[in-house]
Design a protein around this ligand. Sequence first.
Ligand code: NI
Length: 171
Amino acid sequence: MTIKPLIILPDPVLRQVSKPIERVDADLQRVVDDMLDTMYDAPGIGLAAIQVGVARRMLVIDLSKEGEEKQPLVFINPEIVSSSDERSVYEEGCLSIPDYYAEVERPAKVTAKYLDREGKEQSVEADGLLATCLQHEIDHLNGVLFIDHISRLKREMVIKKFTKSAKSKAL
Ligand code: NI
């Protein structure tokens, strides 16, 4: 069990496009388990590999509530195959943009295919929070952040704030 340091805005690593995973083996499963430990420690409900500096197409999600049994979901090479015209709005946050939240509108339902932790092909029809969370995390694999879905003015303000605080930490 290893908790990995999180990559924080404005680190350019977050803008990298992650590469597909060719083989699901024990080494990869160790990275997945580290990602889960890191997400639970934060705590957060979703984490993409790039947020711990691994530019590979995988992500973890757990939407269980505090005190409930954990329900870790592992998505390897996830791909959205269809999205609803219906949209929904959620207030989103991101472990790479700590303490910042904003409302984002996205398709309310998505169907995604992916490989699970064992490398087995799966598909999921997601709605509600899972649909939003999946889209947010898959965005990460393409170097896209949730602040790219808000107004330019708000986005520039957040980036400026995080750039300043990164500089003051570097001193
Ligand atoms: Ni995020």
